[in-house]
Design a protein around this ligand. Structure first.
Ligand code: 5RP
Length: 219
């Protein structure tokens, strides 16, 4: 398995064995999750909770019933991809801009399975990939100044509006050596809706696809 897309497909296939009949499945967002969505029609799901409008549209197009999280109760399982993963299965997410809805569905689920190809593994989060931060539009400049005070370099994601009508500041150079502490600190900035560090609620299982197949790593 050398090609990245084939690795994503392999990770998605490996996730299937965790999905049970008649489940309402939490479904993430991104190209890895798209590989999983393609496989879902062969299962007998009761429905799915989508982590973005894009995912919702894809699920509906395949005839899968999309359930509002408010009517689904606690989900047994949420499956999603990530932009970066460390050895503690803490993540950076939000490359696709769906971080807030993803974090909500992950929080409302008993188990979170993350599927990645090898390229997503890092020693320290945030050195190569910026931390996406969803911000209320009116607070954009204020939040950017607060991020700069923390040593970050926020870059406004041009021509992008989240599902909730907010903007994203992709923030480089933050010190993410203590991901749980930074996740909380960023949440405390007024105007921040959510940030892309998934550390307080990290993945429970990582399906990591590489040239030598898919490895399962438990938290
Ligand atoms: C979207 C995300 C995605 O999970 C993340 O960007 C990974 O995407 P891909 O599977 O396309 O590499 O967080 O907001």
């Amino acid at each position: 398995m050398s090609d990245q897309h084939a690795q994503k497909q392999a990770a998605a296939k490996a996730a299937l064995r965790y999905i049970e009949d008649d489940m309402i499945l939490g479904v993430g967002t991104g190209s890895t999750v798209n590989c999983l969505i393609e496989l879902l029609p062969q299962l007998r799901l009761a429905g799915a909770v989508a982590s973005s409008q894009v995912t919702e549209d894809k699920l509906r197009a395949l005839g899968i019933e999309v359930v509002d999280l408010n009517f689904a109760g606690t989900l047994d399982l949420y499956i999603d991809g990530a932009d970066e993963v460390n050895a503690h299965l803490q993540l950076i997410k939000g490359g696709g801009g769906a971080l807030t809805r993803e974090k909500i569905v992950a929080a409302a689920s008993k188990q979170f399975i993350c599927m990645v190809d090898d390229s997503k593994m890092v020693d320290v989060l945030g050195r190569a990939f910026p931390v996406p931060i969803e911000v209320l539009p009116q607070a954009r400049s204020y939040v950017a100044r607060q991020l700069a005070q923390l040593g970050g370099e926020p870059v406004y994601r041009e021509d992008f509006v989240t599902d909730y009508g907010n903007v994203i500041l992709d923030t480089y150079d933050l010190d993410v050596s203590d991901p749980i502490a930074l996740e909380q600190q960023l949440n405390n900035i007024v105007g921040v809706v959510c940030n892309g560090i998934f550390a307080a609620n990290q993945a429970d299982i990582l399906l990591k696809a590489g040239n030598d197949g898919v490895k399962t790593i438990l938290h």
